[in-house]
Design a protein around this ligand. Sequence first.
Ligand code: AMP
Length: 395
Amino acid sequence: MSFENFGLNPAILRAVRTKNYLTPTPIQLQAIPAVLEGRDVIGCAQTGTGKTAGFTLPLLQRLQNGPSPSLRALILVPTRELATQVHESVRTYGRHLRLRTVVVLGGVGINPQTEALRRGVDILIATPGRLLDHMRQRNVQFKQLEVLVIDEADRMLDMGFIADIRQILKSIPSKRQTLFFSATMPEEIQKLAGEILNQPQVIEIAPQGTPVSGVRQVVYPVETTRKRELLVHLIEKEKMPRVLVFTRTKHRADDLAAHLKLKGNRAESLHGNKSQQARTKALEAFRNGSVQVLVATNLAARGLDVKKVSHVVNYEIPDVPEDYLHRIGRTARAETTGDAISLVSPAERGSLRSIEQYIGSKIPQVVMAGFENGEKALGLVTKRSFRPRSNRYRR
Ligand code: AMP
């Protein structure tokens, strides 16, 4: 099966070819025909599965021949980073079509966006808050809207955007095609989907709670006070080429990045207190390889698409099990492999247990030589080093 079989316009296929994809991913195989048929879709898939192309390619196909420019597609995304990424994808795949794409997101000036909207737009990518601002200023109107895409709906819920989305929906024609994507389906998301979708085709790629295949997961038990030391040691020992480290707080991200720099690593931090410009710069440096270690808060956990992240390190493991999956989903993207390492202190044991319940398996534990106290503290039996734990894990 190849992209040629979907009946997509040659101009779209030409753009896809530049990406050198060998075959469509499972979600693309299912979503592209369904969207082309005009059906509503619920895609239960994580990022890294190729879902963006899964909805973008058929969307472009549908819009290519209509009256242009007129606002016919709206793609709602939870974060600025994801907005930028989806925008890039739409531009890449649509580069040989004459469709206008505009992105509106918070944290940057509104005027250039207003001007771009006034010049005319076919496909609008937006974060909910900023879109509402534009709606209030009457910079957009949705009379011609044919397709609504809601991406990462569960993340929208976490970020408190559901009321905004309901508000936006009031201004959107009810006769439309709706494509709804969410990595997980908590009750409130199911309810929203039930209300806004019309006999959707349900596409479920990784069953809920299943990590992306190709990710090797491991837990290093360690005392909180020795985490920094262990991280520096691991980065050196494992020769990690491109590593994304997650911390719980913005302050810790800055602090840790500074410490890593001090130890001679090319490190940078990424979090919500930084200006949009600083965030873009840090991400760009990480993408082009001039930064080796990016220390980020959860903000970067979802949707971020950086090629070849070799290691994801949970410096502090998340309280919410879904976040664990999103974080480790940043490595091993699209048919490569990667490592997800979690540094777990005794205090985090409960969170680790919830994560293991959520993903349905225990994560192997390895004790790093010289860090045996963490193992004792986690309640493990022996003190031997480098021993995968599974049967030794005491509950
Ligand atoms: P997404 O899940 O949309 O964020 O996509 C994850 C990554 O997979 C992106 O870097 C895409 O460029 C890449 N990708 C998308 N479709 C394919 C494909 N058919 N084969 C290989 N990689 C792909």
